[in-house]
Every structure is written in C-alpha cells, then in structure tokens.
Design a protein around this ligand. Structure first.
Ligand code: ASP
Ligand code: MG
Length: 417
C-alpha cells in the first residue's frame, strides 16, 4: 500500500462529467489500497474569467482582493469532486488552503509556500480511510490571515508541496497530454514522449517555454526528491491496471535514469522582446546604468550581448526581456538615456528564443557549435546566444521558430523513428 497525490488540471475538471471521470480515477487508486490526496485546479477557463472580472471592476485592483476572487475557482471544483466521490461511496472531504493550512508568503498573486501541516490529512487516512480533496493554487498568509494564490499554473506546485508534506510515494499530475515530450508535438509531429526526465532537465524545459508544469513545482520536486509522474487524465480509468506502468513521464533524480542522451529536449518561447542600445561609450559603469533601473522596475533581463559598434569605437548592447515587460523596459531605458549615453535604441518584438537542453552537455563538447552550423545552413540568423552548463539558447526571428525547432530536433537525434 502506498500514498499518492493525484493532481487534475483545468481541462480534466472542466465539467461535471469530467469531474465524475476524475472520481473514477481516484476510486481506482483507493480500491488498490492507496491513501490518496487529490489536488484540483479550477474548471478550464474559470481562472481567466475571474482575472478578467477583477480587471473589469478596476484596472488597478488590490492584490489581496484579486486573490480572494481568483482562489474561488478551486473552491468550487474541490467541493464538486468531494461530492462526486461521496456519490460513489468513497469517504472524501474537501480542503481549502486556509483549512489545512497551506502557509505562504504575503506576495499576493505570486505567493510562495512556506509550510504545510499534513498531520490532519494523514490522521484521516489512518482513522477513516478518507480521501482529501484539496483546492490547488491557494494558501493563507499566517500574519495577515488573508487568502493568497501561487501564480498562474500554481496548482502543480500545490500538489508537489502537499506530496512532500504528507510524505507521499509519488505525485501524479493528470493533464491533457500523456507526458513530457522532446518538444511540442504540435510543432514537431516526430516529437517523442520521454519515459523519464531528470529534475534538472525538466526545470530548464519548463523555464524555457514548455508549458507542462509550473516551474516552481519542478523546483520543489527536486528539493524534496519527490518523483512526479505526468500522465493523461483522458485514459479511461477502467482501462488502467493500477499495478502496471501506465504511459507517462516520470520526473526523477538523474541517478534513476539509465540511458541518457546528450540532448533531452528543445523548448521555445515567442514571448520575447529584444532591445539594442547603439553606440554606448565603452567605459565602466554603463552596464550598471542600464540594468540597475531595469532591476528596480522588476523587469527580468534574460540574454545579454555586447559587441563593438559599427564605428569601431563605441559599443552596442543587446538584451531581451519578456514581451509583456517590453513597453515598461523601453520606457525605463528612455528615462535613463542621459545617464547611459547611447545614441540610438533599436528594438524587435517579433523574435523568439529556441533552447536546447540536456544534462549530457556537461560532459560533451561542441554540442552548441553543431546547432549554429545547422541553423546557418537553413539561413536562420542568430541575434543573440546564451549558454549554461546544461543548455544553450538562441534568439532568432519569430518567423523561423518552427523551422529552427524541427532542424535541431532532427540534428540531435530526437525524432521518433
Ligand atoms: N487555476 C489556476 C490557473 O489557471 C491554477 C492552476 O490551474 O494551476 O492558473
Ligand atoms: Mg497547469
């Protein structure tokens, strides 16, 4: 007998029929003798609607009230799933973040989990064989006693944190895809589902654009060494052998992965914007004058490239920011123009970042060089490059995203055969 967390995303609980389907998945695990805590998202589209309502009510709204509103989506689905389970004769009880409690920081709309008390839930497994149905995405700040939320996609993080708190054997994430792929299968039909992926690689994939899991949930899995299994909620519950190995991807520690490739996967993101400052005087303090104000404005700068200007005397500096911060970043820089002392500001929003990820890169040289050659053969111009130990990224014209991803997927032997 084991202990499981089962997390279901918005499409899996989009209506009462699907909630009933979820209940059958839960019943299967309960019947197999497991202790089960379920974490649910809001019904698909619900959180977006709630966010829009807040904006409609007032564009500059209080973040505490935003959280009070958007946390309600998960309150509904947790209650409904408990009802559906009870209807099948299974002991079940819903839990809101504040009831457990899931204690978080006071950073409303992007709070971080500080502590979860799993005692009551564990006691009820033992005494009553009761399934806990927990509202994902939400918590409570212990100082203010106000409801908080964990940022969009946060119920993944709720699930992994709860799994750690109740010392579950595994955290199953049921979603609308049947696992983690080498890249987005909608772009590369030959993308392969990975049986296993290391936390580190998954962390990069998620941070660099793969939308399967909230980044923070992967971090938590890594910190607590909690195996996370991504699997489909659309498989018929009755068709699944609870003792067999269902299709899906296990995110686990590197040591558990026997066969490993140099490159694990390719991610891409079109939500990038590029800003280039031309003809800056090449002297100490310039970078600080540029990036200091951006940091103060809470704008995340990603890639940075510095090169000699056309005149051969001054320097050009190019960097990227999330597309959503582009206007603010531009204004911030323009406001500091006198201090920075650049001659011209060029920018582009039709750019995208393509990233190649693999912890195997640590022990292999020349992995990136191969990509640069392959991209040039396709006439794809690289605007900027960044590298780290287990990944590299290139910034290119957005129009070439698909071609670049496909080219690299084939180049590194990731295509399905
Ligand atoms: N319902 C929340 C959202 O849409 C949390 C989640 O689904 O993970 O962001
Ligand atoms: Mg999600």
């Amino acid at each position: 007998m084991g202990r499981l967390v089962m997390k279901f995303g918005g499409t899996s609980v989009a209506n009462i029929d699907r909630i009933r389907n979820v209940a059958r998945h839960v019943k299967r695990e309960v019947d197999a003798g497991h202790d089960v805590a379920v974490v649910v998202s809001a019904m698909a589209g619900k959180t977006n609607e709630l966010v829009d309502w807040c904006r409609d009510a007032s564009p500059m709204h209080d973040a505490r009230e935003y959280d009070a509103v958007v946390a309600s989506g998960e309150q509904v689905t947790s209650g409904l799933l408990a009802i559906a389970l009870q209807g099948m004769g299974i002991q079940a009880r819903s839990w809101q973040g504040w009831q457990i409690p899931i204690k978080t920081s006071d950073a409303h709309a992007s709070a971080r989990i500080l502590e979860i008390d799993g005692t009551e839930i564990s006691a009820r497994f033992k005494d009553r064989k009761e399934v806990a149905v927990i509202a994902g995405f939400q918590g409570i700040n212990p100082q203010t006693n106000r409801i908080t939320t964990l940022g969009r996609g946060g119920s993944d993080t709720s699930a992994v944190a709860i799994a750690a708190a109740i010392r579950a054997d595994r955290c199953d994430i049921y979603t609308d895809v049947d696992g983690v792929y080498t890249t987005d299968p909608r772009v590369v039909p030959k993308a392969r589902r990975l049986d296993k992926i290391a936390f580190e690689d998954m962390l990069e994939l998620a941070s660099l654009g793969a939308k399967v899991l909230q980044v923070r949930s992967v971090e938590l899995g890594m910190v607590h060494n909690m195996p996370v299994f991504v699997r489909s909620s659309f498989d018929k519950p009755e068709d699944i052998d609870p003792h067999g190995t269902p299709p899906g991807t296990l995110i686990c520690s590197e040591e558990e992965i026997m066969e490993s490739h140099v490159v694990t996967g390719i991610a891409f993101s079109k939500d990038e914007a590029q800003i280039s400052l031309r003809q800056i005087e090449d002297k100490p303090g310039v970078a600080a004058a540029i990036f200091g104000p951006l940091a103060d404005a809470n704008i995340n700068v990603d890639m940075i490239v510095q090169n000699v200007s056309e005149d051969g005397k001054t320097t050009d500096l190019t960097f990227t920011v999330p597309a959503s911060d582009y206007n603010r970043a531009r204004d911030t820089i323009t406001n500091s123009k006198a201090k920075i002392g650049y001659i011209r500001l060029d920018s582009a929003t039709d750019v995208s970042k393509v990233s190649v990820i693999g912890s195997g890169m640590r022990s292999h040289a020349g992995v990136a060089a191969k990509a640069f050659k392959a991209l040039s053969e396709r006439n794809i111009n690289i605007r900027a490059i960044t590298t780290s130990e287990i990944k590299f990224s290139v910034l290119i014209d957005a129009a070439y995203t698909e071609l670049a991803v496909r080219t690299l997927h084939t180049l590194y032997g990731l295509d399905q055969t």
